[in-house]
Design a protein around this ligand. Structure first.
Ligand code: ADP
Ligand code: ZN
Length: 818
């Protein structure tokens, strides 16, 4: 007789599906295991068991589970609960959370493309029939879909086969950087044990007198072993002797040598040695640590508001050590992958191989490996340092979550769903796992500071930098004045130029901040005023000098920059505005002897690009670092004497309720990179608005003033934390349809929420990739319960979807829009 189970599919579906399973298979299953199931016409998916021995479905006939893919759960019930919360809170489906949460390599489906693994060189004769069929096919085609493999081997379900072959390293998943999940193996050579005996060895060497090459290989092996039992890699031996693989192979075939394999962990440093002690905290830091611990006992989340370079990271280290001592795991979230490089190193010297980084630049196998390590709950990888997606890892025994730079926007995921805020989700997650939470920042978000002031979070403050170093001296430079007085060299005021020269003379380094990449943001024709735009999006193209290209920063469209204007044909194209690339070019003209480097999206695409730039700057091979937002966050360089902000105005004039808060945070953070340790740094801010209130607050370090003013404005104009925001975006290829649909939806919402509905309105960029966008903003007053509010929205959506003209419009919810 059939039994039934409920499974979660990694798809945007509103509900789970029921599948049939035999009586003998049922006892093998647990909630959280993966199963291969057919879904739709003929597609195969990796699904997750969420209910055992359920009722048969009434609306459809249950299909059979093809195969059970796990022997133990991949996902815990606690994780499933967390996913469910996330789906409901952020108004998406659990399937969307599932897809985001689990590394892609553990989620094979019929559309996944498989290719051969170049390093696999074992003979086909050792394989079973299906395996050799697949490998042979992959010799002729560069990749195959799992579904194609199914038909090749004439099986309904090839997932188990593919999973097995992945695990053994015969094949790889195509979209990954470096192959399927498989522990990385290193091959070593040693003398066969029978020759351990002196006499046997002597006989062996005698028998080899006529084979000088073989003898030579053996002697080199002994030398590499250094008498002791040091493992010798076969590749090293080949290199050392300069002989070909065939000599070694002969010795292997004769049974003189034998090969053995060691699984080398990809994560952590191989030696796993921590070689540094925790820093001894100064009295102010110590007091902060004790206050944090007291709040933890309550327990309450804590906001650590400490000025830049006050030693927050050192305090985190103490808390991490404590948590590890109690045998628990730590999640250390950072807003930007760039930061994991420096921090991983800082943590590794303290905690050795217990530290593991986790982020999207890692290969899929690396990520899968960390997943399994965490589940085992051992020492290894018990401190996870990662960007927001690390939140979904299978912690067994989580004790502490640190959210560094908690004010950063990048904690909020925009696309695709779930559009979660990692800070807020982490706080919820901590309550499930019974873990402590610490938020840290030198410029807390208005929300978090509000929560701290109102007693929801514990508030701990540090007001001075470690070692008594003064916060940097800040100076505003009036650009209008400088231009009028002809005190400009390109985009550099003479004051900034001279300060750079002086800093370099003192053998100190410089950071220049410009919040735009590229050369000049736009190109304009001086004759007709035409500005080349993107054919797919409603934005101007950005000029990139290095490649002589115009590029769209939204969809990636690019074309060569012609000399003549496309509209009027005159050769009077001119560049306007300022990007990082142009700053670098002008700098090279002003300081031809100085080594500079650039850090922005364009220069940090590769896996190791960040580390290379950061390490070169740390090692002082580079004197000036020019960068976008990326240089503002949490980096700790000891030798930066000057920070220059090329133009603060774009930050001030941004049309958003958070513009001033963000401007304050960004400038304070970037300024915080100056003079962190042994001397006082200088910050120069170029602007056309030197009397702007926010700039005054930045230069005087008046966070409280900014907070008071912003809180007042948000109360007056009803923005968070006074209200909660849900942004609803409608997208479609046809402008008309978006117009009508948005009006209809907004009317529906007004019927329920009245004046809390804003819009519909066009966003600043209203067409992206040929899709028109229109937005509605819903403000939810404090006391209004969220659950029923969302249910009302869903009901309106149901009626909306019932109108055939609107059905193809995509609706996107962004809960807690920031
Ligand atoms: P934050 O995280 O608040 O920006 P950091 O923890 O990076 O500050 O500290 C700034 C610099 O001062 C770092 O180089 C750090 O190693 C050093 N430092 C901070 N506190 C101590 C301490 N108690 N002992 C030794 N060095 C410290
Ligand atoms: Zn575009």
């Amino acid at each position: 007789m059939n039994h039934f189970i409920e499974v979660l599919l990694p798809l945007p579906l509103e509900r789970n599906f029921t599948y049939a399973i035999s009586r003998s298979e049922l006892p093998l299953l647990r909630v959280g295991m993966r199963v291969a199931v057919p879904f739709g016409k003929s597609k195969l998916y990796t699904a997750l068991v969420v209910g055992l021995d359920t009722e048969p479905p009434t609306a459809y006939e249950a299909k059979r589970v093809y195969e059970i893919l796990d022997e133990k759960p991949l996902v815990s019930e606690l994780q499933l609960r967390f996913w469910k919360w996330m789906a409901s809170y952020y108004m998406c489906t659990p399937g969307e959370v599932f897809r985001t949460a689990v590394p892609g390599i553990l989620l094979l489906e019929s559309e996944t493309r498989i290719s051969s693994e170049p390093s696999w060189d074992n003979p086909l004769s050792e394989l079973d029939f299906s395996e050799s069929v697949v490998l042979q096919a992959l010799q002729h085609q560069s990749s195959l879909r799992v579904s194609e493999i199914s038909s090749l081997v004439e099986r309904k379900n090839a997932l188990p086969l593919v999973n097995r072959m992945l695990k053994q390293g015969m094949i790889r998943v195509e979209e990954t950087l470096s192959g399927g999940y498989r522990p990385k193996e290193v091959h070593f050579l040693r003398l066969h044990p029978v020759y351990q005996e002196e006499a046997a060895l002597e006989d062996l060497l005698k028998s080899l007198v006529r084979a000088p090459k073989q003898t030579e290989v053996l002697l080199h092996l002994f030398q590499l072993q250094q008498g002791a039992k040091k493992p010798v890699k076969s590749t090293d031996l080949e290199k050392q002797t300069g002989t070909s693989r065939s000599v070694i192979k002969t010795l292997l075939d004769k049974g003189v040598l034998e090969q053995y394999t060691i699984i080398q962990d990809r994560i952590g440093n191989l030696e796993g040695q921590s070689d540094q002690e925790l820093a001894v905290l100064n009295p102010e830091q110590n007091k902060a640590l004790q206050e944090i611990q007291a709040f933890f006992r309550a327990p309450k989340p804590v906001l650590l508001y400490g000025v830049t370079a006050s030693g927050k990271t050192e305090i985190y280290s103490h808390l991490i050590a404590d948590t590890l001592k109690s045998g628990k795991q730590v999640l250390y979230l950072v807003p930007e992958i760039a930061l994991t490089t420096q921090l991983t190193h800082r943590m590794e010297v303290l905690f050795g191989s217990r530290v593991a980084a986790f982020h999207s630049r890692q290969s899929q196998p690396e990520r899968a490996e960390i997943w399994y390590h965490l589940q085992e709950g051992g020492e290894k990888a018990s401190v996870i340092l990662g960007a927001r997606s690390a939140l979904f890892l299978p912690f067994e025994n989580l004790g502490l979550i640190i959210i560094d730079e908690e004010h950063e926007n990048s904690y909020k995921q925009f696309d695709p769903a779930p559009r979660y805020h990692a800070r807020d989700a982490a706080i919820l997650m901590a309550s499930y796992w019974n873990a402590r939470v610490l938020l840290g920042s030198a410029t807390p978000s208005v929300e978090s500071y509000h929560n701290a002031k109102s007693g929801k979070y514990g508030l701990v403050e540090i007001h001075s930098r470690f070692g008594g170093v003064l916060l940097p001296e800040m100076e505003l430079i009036n650009l209008a004045d400088s231009y009028r007085k002809k005190q400009m060299a390109g985009h550099f005021s003479h004051r900034l130029r001279d300060a750079i020269a002086e800093t370099l003379e003192q053998k100190r380094q410089v950071i220049l901040f410009q919040n735009r990449r590229g050369f000049s943001p736009i190109v304009e024709c001086l004759s007709c005023g035409h500005v080349p735009g993107c054919p797919n999006c409603d934005v101007s193209l950005t000029y990139h000098q290095q490649r002589g290209q115009l590029r769209c920063h939204y969809c990636g469209f690019h074309r060569h920059l012609e000399t003549e204007c496309q509209a009027c044909g005159t050769a009077t194209l001119d560049t306007k505005g300022l990007g990082t690339e142009q700053v670098t070019t002008e700098l090279a003209e002003l300081f031809p002897e100085t080594k500079t480097s650039r850090m922005d999206l364009d220069t940090t695409r590769g896996k190791h690009a960040f580390s290379r730039i950061i390490e070169a700057f740390e090692a002082r091979e580079v004197q000036v670092l020019v960068g976008t937002q990326m240089v503002t966050k949490g980096l700790d360089f000891g030798n930066v004497g000057l920070v220059g902000i090329m133009n603060a105005d774009t930050l001030l004039n941004y049309p958003h309720f958070r513009a001033h808060e963000r401007c304050f945070q960004l400038l304070t953070q970037v300024a915080g990179r100056a003079g962190r340790k042994d001397f006082r740094g200088l910050v120069l801010i170029q602007t056309y608005n030197p009397y702007h209130q926010i700039l005054k607050q930045v230069t005087t370090g008046d966070y409280e003033g900014m907070f008071r003013e912003q809180s007042y404005e948000r109360e007056q104009f009803k923005y968070p934390p006074e209200v909660r925001l849900i942004k609803i975006t409608l997208r479609h290829r046809e402008w008309n349809r978006v117009e009508e649909g948005a009006d209809w939806f907004a009317r529906g919402l007004r019927g329920v929420f009245g004046a809390g509905v804003l819009g519909p309105e066009y966003p600043p960029v209203s067409r992206i990739r040929n899709q028109y966008h229109k937005q509605i903003l819903l403000k939810i007053p404090k006391g209004q319960p969220l659950g029923p509010t969302k249910n009302s929205i869903k009901r309106i959506q149901k009626s909306f979807d019932a109108i055939s003209n609107y059905r193809s419009i995509r609706l996107v919810y962004n809960v807690d829009y920031i």
